[in-house]
Design a protein around this ligand. Structure first.
Ligand SMILES: [Ca+2]
Ligand SMILES: [Ca+2]
Ligand SMILES: [Ca+2]
Ligand SMILES: [Ca+2]
Length: 306
């Protein structure tokens, strides 16, 4: 496909790099419960989480990854993550459980009860640039696989994804690594150097839960290796307020913040408070980089309709 042909001119490449958005398989698919054979009956979120977390911990205690392949790697290399059982010749390997860190993510069940889900991750190379937010567009290669090593999705050539559209565990992991640098070579080819590499393991409550999809059975914990080439900050409605800032309640769901209740969430609303003045014309009139608050009531003008 032409998107990443190596002989593209520098100019064309940069235009494509910074404009194109590619939504792939990773996009959270929200299927309705139906007669679809891939959709299992919905279980209690907390019960399911506890059972899956136990199985993830057991998996990490009995498995290792190819950590020696990630030592002293070249600045443009991307070793592929391989996970195997600690047994036989590999009996002395360090288990994954001794290497990962964890992150607590709040997930709500259908009755709005919060069940904290642990996500386990390892940064294999930090990267050299900025970290993405959970709202940004990221240019990534990745490999998604299951505990039985079955690969359900893999991109060896990087693709653009929107962090807010991928499964939650992948989205929440992204800010843990940094982007790399772009090197344009004299012959017009390019590569990325010193980009962030890591992997993440998470329960189905941060994945597809009761929805099976492709090779993924319902209630499957998922593993992703992620290689972050570069990123693009997003401002979906071009109102000068970055999308990450439009998530007012900070729950990483961008669809439930709608200040003026007009049905358009703030990240897609060019007049967030519905006062007839576009957000871009009242967000930061004095240009100091801070949202203006003319009446000093603590609510910035662009969210304040009085
Ligand atoms: Ca929100
Ligand atoms: Ca709105
Ligand atoms: Ca807005
Ligand atoms: Ca307004």
């Amino acid at each position: 496909m032409p998107m990443f042909s190596k002989n593209m001119s520098k100019k064309n490449f940069l235009i494509i790099l910074f404009l194109s958005i590619n939504i792939s398989f990773l996009s959270s698919c929200k299927k309705e419960e139906s007669s679809d054979p891939d959709v299992a009956p919905k279980r209690d979120l907390e019960t399911q989480y506890i059972a899956e977390n136990d199985s993830i911990i057991e998996f990490m205690e009995t498995h290792f990854y190819n950590y020696t392949d990630f030592e002293n790697i070249g600045n443009n290399q991307t070793p592929e993550l391989i996970i195997d059982t600690i047994a036989g010749d590999n009996i002395d390997k360090t288990p994954i459980s001794e290497q990962v860190k964890s992150l607590d993510i709040e997930v709500k069940d259908d009755d709005d009860n919060v069940v904290v889900h642990k996500l386990y991750y390892e940064v294999l190379r930090e990267g050299s640039g900025e970290n993405p937010t959970v709202a940004d567009s990221v240019f990534v290669s990745y490999k998604g696989f299951l505990f039985d090593n079955k690969v359900f999705d893999q991109r060896k050539n990087p693709v653009w994804l929107e962090a807010k559209n991928v499964v939650r565990g992948f989205q929440e992991f992204l800010p843990k690594i940094k982007r790399g640098e772009i090197r344009i070579n004299p012959n017009g080819t390019y590569d990325f150097l010193n980009f962030g590499i890591g992997f993440v393991i998470f329960p189905s409550g941060l994945g597809y839960y009761n929805n099976g999809t492709g090779n993924i059975q319902p209630y499957s914990p998922l593993i992703f290796q992620v290689n972050l080439m570069t990123l693009n900050r997003t401002d979906h409605d071009n109102d000068s307020v970055l999308t990450i800032i439009e998530d007012l309640n900070g729950d990483h769901n961008f669809d439930n913040d709608d200040t003026d209740s007009d049905g358009f969430p703030n990240y897609l609303d060019t007049d967030d408070d519905g006062d007839g003045i576009l957000t871009i014309d009242e967000y930061d009139v004095n240009g100091d980089g801070i949202a203006d608050d003319s009446d000093g009531d603590g609510t910035p003008d662009y969210l304040d309709n009085d």
